[in-house]
Design a protein around this ligand. Sequence first.
Ligand SMILES: C[C@H](O)[C@H](O)[C@H]1CNC2=NC(N)=NC(=O)C2=N1
Length: 100
Amino acid sequence: MRQKLSDEAKALALATLPNWHLSAERDAIERRLVLKDFSQAFAFMTRVAIAAEQLDHHPEWFNVYRTVDILLSTHDVDGLSDLDIALARRIDAFAADFGL
Ligand SMILES: C[C@H](O)[C@H](O)[C@H]1CNC2=NC(N)=NC(=O)C2=N1
């Protein structure tokens, strides 16, 4: 069972994830990515999906054309855990590969 991040751990992690912000509604972090077109957006999502399977940790996301909105939270603890931070870092690395 994962542990919820403390407020201090959350602040420290977020300081190193400038593209992510806390959700206004939930104990979760969010990032919006705008890719070049739908094909790039779907290719990006495929890479995230493979990483999510490897981590056994999955995003909540919404895609319209070339925009991908991602929300990360750990359902098992109803809040943020280190797995969300790990997945956010993987997502940022993929985003960099796509020029974001
Ligand atoms: C059994 C399996 O490990 C769990 O259901 C995993 C799958 N992916 C998950 N993803 C997310 N975001 N939160 C979880 O608590 C979670 N739990």
